[in-house]
Design a protein around this ligand. Structure first.
Ligand code: TYM
Length: 335
């Protein structure tokens, strides 16, 4: 057992892993890897709350794990696993279901957005998704959860549940987790390239809205050239009045690891077109070594499966004491 605080995060294998996921979460996972006992999950139970093609889901799941590793997650330091390999997630989710109120889930903006998008398939899982997410986190006595801003409301519910259950059973069943969300200007909410008032999303049907981690230089340049900017021609950061330019400046700042002010200064007197072309080169150069590592890692499925088996074993070991303690508190006869 480790004395480091525990960190948990996950990504759903839906759509094409893209730069917003990388900046909002994976990039921070890599940075925090040495200071925490980290668990990084590929959350496939979450992905089936919307319709998925089974073949695509299987392929994409291994792709995403390979991207985690290619981006710098070290399986010798961190626990990397597939959510469905650790049945404790579903089990705790059920127990949490019985302590989560309909009204709480009804308020979730992601549920409202997704049920509007998937009118034909508003299933119970889609509604209940935040209880499963709370289970993911609480199962490991997690203290830190690095995510993008869109997950804030789910994290608040997770904290409420932990506090409610600790109070109800008068013992510390669960640690109360802290979210780690970068501010918008540092990539907590990367916006869509075609509609900078909407968040960039990996499952967007219009692939021009996002830069996938797998996009090559030509595709990146094409997408950025088409990106919606704003009226005017001066390059400065104004989230409210110039959301398109602000989004491009944020991407430039995060990827080049320079403060926004320095980036604005660099583009003084230049046109939007310059910003787009330089940003495309910057992102392409940044992604190239990650893409090369991805190709190498993805080509060895045996090794990927071995990493995932070890990860699941390790995760289960860590999950079981928390689940047992909760079952005990509930009055279950333990075997
Ligand atoms: P998902 O799969 O939609 O996204 C994965 C991660 O990427 C972040 N993200 C973004 N960050 C910045 N700008 C964007 N445009 C952007 N789009 C997505 C997300 O915030 C997330 O961190 N419910 C989660 C998965 C999950 C999870 C968990 C996360 C399930 N259980 C437990 C943490 C802990 C989700 O749907 O993420």
């Amino acid at each position: 057992m480790t004395s480091k605080p525990t960190l948990f995060s996950g990504i759903q294998p839906s759509g094409d892993l893209m730069i917003g996921n990388y900046i909002g979460s994976i990039k921070n996972w890599v940075k925090m890897q040495d200071d925490y006992n980290c668990l990084f999950s590929l959350v496939n139970l979450h992905a089936i709350t919307v319709e998925q093609s089974p073949e695509a889901l299987k392929k994409r799941s291994l792709d995403f794990v390979a991207w985690y590793l290619a981006a710098g997650i070290d399986p010798d330091k961190s626990t990397v696993f597939i959510q469905s390999h650790v049945p404790e997630h579903s089990e705790l989710a059920w127990l949490l279901n019985c302590h989560t109120y309909m009204g709480e889930l009804n308020r979730m903006t992601q549920f409202k957005d997704k049920s509007a998008k998937h009118e034909q398939n508003i299933n119970v899982g889609l509604f209940d998704y935040p209880a499963l997410m709370a289970a993911d986190i609480l199962l490991y006595q997690t203290e830190k959860v690095p995510v993008g801003a869109d997950q804030k409301q789910h994290l608040e519910l997770t904290r409420d549940l932990a506090i409610r259950l600790n109070n109800k059973f008068e013992r510390e069943l669960f640690k109360v987790p802290e979210p780690f969300i970068p501010p918008t200007s540092a990539g907590g909410r990367i916006m869509s390239l075609q509609d900078p008032t909407a968040k960039m999303s990996k499952s967007d049907e219009n692939k021009d809205n996002f830069i996938a981690l797998a996009d090559d230089r030509k595709q990146i340049l094409k997408k950025l050239k088409k990106a919606v900017t704003d009226s005017g021609s001066e390059i400065y950061y104004d989230l409210e009045n110039k959301p398109g330019v602000a989004n491009l400046l944020t991407l430039y700042s995060v990827i080049s690891d320079q403060p926004i002010d320095a980036v604005v200064k660099h583009f003084e007197g230049k046109m939007y077109g310059h910003l787009k072309i330089e940003l495309a080169e910057l992102i392409a150069d940044y992604l190239e070594p990650i893409q090369n590592r991805f190709t190498e890692i993805r080509s060895n499925e045996t090794e990927l499966h071995a990493i995932l088996t070890k990860g699941a074993d390790h995760a289960r070991q860590q999950a079981q004491p928390t689940l047992r303690a909760f079952q005990e508190a509930l009055g279950f006869v333990l075997r």
